[in-house]
Design a protein around this ligand. Structure first.
Ligand SMILES: [Zn+2]
Ligand SMILES: [Zn+2]
Length: 272
């Protein structure tokens, strides 16, 4: 075991590369999702805008600046992670593969584990003692946009980052698997805050897809009830723990089945 290059030196040597990687991922996912929603709202699908309220420019600027702040938290975390790998505390199989099927199983496992981590960390941050410090900043978005994907206070960004070293401490994971998961999570995150429902109207009617979260699911968490819909990718934990919004399906179907002629988004009373 070596002492490795100190994290501060890693920051000075690699900081701009880590910034490009983390901020670039956010910018690509958020701006593409934003552009796709803007284009779809020019078509007959405009009825799928979930809320009647429009996010203001000030909302988006706040979401963007808080996301930029989170990227700086991730950069500091990444320097410590690299240091941990150099010292051997975290085994790094970067560039290696365990074989395609093992790698794909690891990819599925990291997604399932991250979904569980997110549910419980998110739910904990809604505890009255933690909410103000950790999570209130994220919930300043009542009508979220894709720019909210990393819109966290510093303590919440640190909690979000911590999953990465915890996972890699226990599970050696090839670089391409981590890279694929990072892209998956930011795309799903941007979609969850898009304010626009992408999935077809039958999505919740079949066991093949109903366990995959829709945008309505997380939108209801921002503009419905803080006590429901804590999950990220899947509905499992909210169902098991009884925290799924009681009007989730009703709201989804209302959005997905809106008559295209009467295209104004309506508001189902959401107080649970
Ligand atoms: Zn929340
Ligand atoms: Zn959110």
């Amino acid at each position: 075991m070596t002492t490795g290059i100190p994290p501060l030196d890693i920051l000075l040597a690699k900081g701009q590369h880590i910034f490009a990687f983390d901020f670039g991922r956010y910018m690509i996912a958020a701006s593409l999702t934003f552009a796709i929603v803007a284009l779809l709202r020019l078509t007959a699908l405009k009825t799928r805008k979930i809320q009647a309220r429009e996010a203001t420019f000030a909302d988006m600027r706040r979401e963007f600046l808080q996301s930029l702040q989170s990227v700086f938290v991730y950069i500091i975390g990444a320097c410590f992670l690299i240091w941990g790998k150099q010292t051997g505390v975290i085994y790094d199989p970067l560039g290696e593969s365990f074989g395609l099927w093992t790698d794909l199983a690891l990819l599925a496992a990291i997604i399932v584990a991250h979904d569980a981590y997110f549910y419980w960390a998110h739910r904990a941050m809604h505890h009255p003692r933690l909410f103000k410090t950790f999570h209130r900043a994220h919930h300043r978005s009542i009508t979220p946009t894709p720019w909210a994907a990393y819109s966290f206070a510093v303590p919440e960004a640190a909690v979000m980052f911590l999953f990465v070293p915890i996972w890699q401490f226990f599970v050696p994971t090839p670089g391409w698997v981590l890279f694929t998961w990072l892209n998956f999570q930011i795309i799903r995150n941007a979609m969850g805050h898009a304010g626009f429902e992408f999935f077809p109207r039958w999505w919740l009617s079949t066991p093949l897809t109903r366990w995959i979260n829709t945008t309505v699911h997380h939108d209801l968490h921002h503009n419905g009830s803080f006590n429901h819909n804590y999950g990220l990718y899947f509905t499992f934990w909210d169902k098991w723990m009884g925290t799924e919004h009681p009007k989730y399906r009703e709201r989804f179907e209302e959005v997905a089945r809106r008559q295209r002629k009467n295209s104004t988004p309506s508001e189902v009373p959401l107080t649970a």
